[in-house]
Design a protein around this ligand. Structure first.
Ligand SMILES: *Cc1c(COP(=O)(O)O)cnc(C)c1O
Length: 360
């Protein structure tokens, strides 16, 4: 068996240890004679798995009892609608910050449900900067402020948590959750599709302050109402049981690695190595302002775009997979989430240096 280094933006690399444990437990979960995928979500064995996953996540992130943790489906894209459906009342305004492709999608979707004020945007710098908070034009009394702490496509990450006073702060953390410690108490809602830094696709995490539950109008479908899922332990209907189980294994793995504080150290070191190499080369470049560079998604371009195809095919052959940039921006992107080991970054840098020597 050989496992390549996988730089995919999502669905992304998972820890090999986790996949091995899942393989061992696959056919016969703890002597029950069946797999996790084949058992009822109401079975007490599964309920224990589900509860442990939640407890481990709470301890990793320091989530207090003031927050509900929901294990949902529909991806972060469904949250683009659920957030306004649940939090934006009749006649109210919500503020959004536009820092890239995912912000734009969230803004577009929210516009279907009420008044949206784009309080700041860095579109005029082609999303290479985060608008400083003192430039934000927040509305008088917004229902919430929404932002995307890490723009997966552009590789732009906020170096700060916005201060919006008593207004609920809503964050799409799909590609940065669990990459570093954060103070959950600063947020009203945190949501994340699992397939970047949590587990397999099909699971969406929502962490919501309990006083924000129960605000959805009567027309909101039960499945799209946070209250429904909070009241039913995320088992109002059949949850994505296998993804939930696997996310739980990832949480256990993270705890073994020393938790998110340790991950943050490794992640920062990985990112600094790669950006440092790019900045020192005359052949590769990254357009994002230094303070706002993502630890998780590192886009870069070659001096000559005609070499892109050759770069990608040679990288593939060297066991460095999925380095193609998002179709909307081109170039390359190395996603270096928690499960991508530091050795993968070292190997990538060595490959890039060699490619530059031969073609630069
Ligand atoms: C991947 C991603 C999404 C979309 O997630 P889905 O689960 O595919 O809906 C939204 N926001 C961010 C920041 C992402 O990285």
């Amino acid at each position: 068996m050989s496992r390549a280094y996988n730089f995919c933006a999502g669905p992304a690399a998972l820890p090999t240890d986790v996949l091995e444990q899942a393989r061992q437990e696959m056919l016969d979960y703890q002597g029950m004679g069946l797999s996790i995928m084949e058992m009822s979500h109401r079975d007490k064995v599964f309920v224990e798995i589900a509860e442990k996953a939640e407890q481990d996540l709470r301890s990793l992130m320091g989530i207090s009892d003031d927050y509900a943790v929901l294990f949902l489906q529909g991806g972060a894209s469904t949250q683009f609608a659920m957030v306004p459906m649940n939090l934006l009342g009749e006649g109210e305004t919500a503020d959004y910050i536009n820092t890239g492709q995912w912000s734009k999608k969230a803004i577009k979707e929210a516009g279907r449900y009420g008044n949206i004020n784009v309080a700041a945007s860095s579109e005029d710098t082609n999303f290479s900067t985060v608008p400083p908070q003192d430039s934000w034009q927040l509305s008088a009394n917004p229902a919430y402020v929404h932002y995307c702490p890490n723009e997966t496509i552009g590789g732009l990450e906020y170096s700060f948590v916005p201060d919006v006073g008593d207004t609920p702060l809503v964050a799409d953390m799909s590609s940065t959750i669990l990459s570093r410690p954060i103070d959950v108490n600063r947020f009203g809602v945190i949501y994340a599709g699992a397939q970047k830094n949590i587990g397999p696709a099909g699971l969406t995490l929502v962490i919501i302050r309990k006083d924000l539950l129960g605000k959805a109008g009567a027309h909101v479908p039960a499945m799209l109402n946070y209250q429904t899922h909070a009241d039913n332990g995320s088992m109002f209907n059949t949850p994505p049981t296998f993804s939930w189980y696997l996310a739980g294994l990832v949480f256990q793995w993270l705890k073994k690695q020393g938790g998110v504080a340790n991950m943050a150290e490794t992640n920062q070191r990985k990112a600094e190595k790669l950006y440092g190499f790019i900045d020192n080369s005359g052949f590769y470049s990254n357009p994002v302002e230094k303070i706002s560079r993502s630890w998780m998604n590192v886009p870069f371009v070659l001096a000559d775009a005609n070499l892109d195809k050759q770069f990608l095919s040679e990288a593939d052959q060297a066991g460095l997979l999925n380095l193609k940039g998002h179709r909307s921006v081109g170039g390359m992107r190395a996603s270096i989430y928690n499960a991508v080991p530091e050795a993968a970054v070292d190997t990538l840098i060595a490959f890039m240096a060699d490619f530059e020597k031969r073609n630069g």
